[in-house]
Design a protein around this ligand. Structure first.
Ligand code: HEM
Length: 320
């Protein structure tokens, strides 16, 4: 290595606060890196613990873990957008496309759950899982908090009573997903939601605060107007919204229907929700970016746009 380059490297190391001499000496005894140490394959492959002797329970566990890893990648990219000092439409759209590709993968692979497990085996091992449910995926909730204004996650019945001055804990009690975990007559929370909040409530409140002014929608809305009126970005935002809130929700719903909507009786969800009402996008009507859809698209949300959404060729139809 030429000495100029050597000096440059030593300077960079010392700027990082390293004692360059002992660092270089230490390098002599460093072990060669292996794939398995770097990727930590052994730890990763040791994380699948079945509760039953049913082989297909392994499919269920591993697929959920794959989802969590992709959720991690999604949150990672959203954070890169939030941290960007001078956010530009091209960077924004490019990173959002990454996020959508991860979610597209989750949609196209959901068939692993629907058609990739033996029905009889599933019915056996699911009985050992209550009150656990994918509902308790904290990363899924964080993706929601990081994507949109809190008001868009509030149950429609309470939206008029909540605004930016509402304390976070009060807003939390009115999130749309509270409906899946409460007995409507008594207002009592189910074990599924009770345990979830016990574990994550404080972390969620901090996260909600962190993304209150840095979620994808507010970042978009605060772009200078010439950056904002960018069709690639607007279409990337629409694709993300549609993928998460319609396509994924529908794949999930179809899977739940196959297992829980038996020929003779409707099975109880492991988390105990009134799942048929709760899970269909036409009832939930969750949208991250309502201003990026036309009035007609909003009215038909979850009814006519189940498979695809329109790619906009002009933004004049939108009120932005
Ligand atoms: C056979 C496969 C699956 C079935 C039958 C199923 C069923 C359900 C049901 C019935 C609910 C409603 C809550 C409850 O009472 O439990 C639910 C919620 C949920 N599940 Fe699944 N699920 C499956 C796979 C997955 C996978 C692979 C994930 C990925 C992590 C997942 C994530 C979620 C999430 C995030 C919710 C909450 C959704 C919301 O609040 O809108 N589920 N699931």
């Amino acid at each position: 290595m030429d000495s100029k380059l050597n000096n440059k490297i030593l300077k960079t190391l010392s700027e990082k606060g390293l004692n360059t001499e002992s660092f270089m000496e230490g390098l002599q005894s460093i072990k060669p890196l292996t794939y398995w140490d770097y990727i930590q394959t052994e730890s990763l492959l040791g994380l699948q613990t079945q509760r039953t002797d049913q082989p297909d329970e392994m499919v269920f566990i591993v697929y959920h873990q794959i989802n969590e890893l992709l959720f991690k990648m999604i949150l990672w990219e959203i954070e890169q957008i939030a941290l960007e000092k001078q956010l530009k439409a091209t960077f924004f759209a490019e990173r959002l496309d990454r996020v959508s590709r991860y979610f597209d993968m989750l949609c196209s692979s959901f068939i692993i759950m629907k058609d990739g497990m033996d029905l009889e085996q599933y019915m056996k091992f699911r009985k050992t899982l209550a009150p656990a449910s994918g509902f308790q995926s904290a990363q899924y909730r964080k993706i929601e908090f990081a994507s949109t204004e809190l008001i868009n996650l509030i149950d429609f019945r309470f939206r008029k009573t909540i605004n930016r001055n509402t304390p976070f804990r009060h807003a939390f009690e009115h999130l749309y997903w509270q409906a899946a975990g409460k007995n409507h007559e008594t207002g009592e929370k189910s074990a599924m939601i009770h345990l979830f909040e016990e574990k994550y409530m404080d972390e969620f409140i901090d996260f909600m605060k962190k993304y209150n002014h840095k979620n994808i929608w507010t970042l978009f809305d605060s772009l200078p107007s010439d950056e904002k009126i960018n069709l690639s970005l607007i279409n990337a935002m629409r694709h993300f919204d549609h993928t998460v809130n319609i396509k994924w929700v529908m794949e999930h719903f179809k899977t739940a229907s196959k297992y829980l909507d038996g020929a003779n009786k409707v099975e109880k969800a492991s988390g105990g929700s009134d799942w048929k009402k709760y899970m269909h996008p036409k009832y939930q009507r969750r949208t991250f970016f309502p201003k990026l859809w036309t009035k007609e698209e909003m009215v038909n949300w979850g009814e006519q746009n189940l498979e695809t959404h329109r790619i906009l060729s002009s933004f004049v139809e939108l009120d932005i």
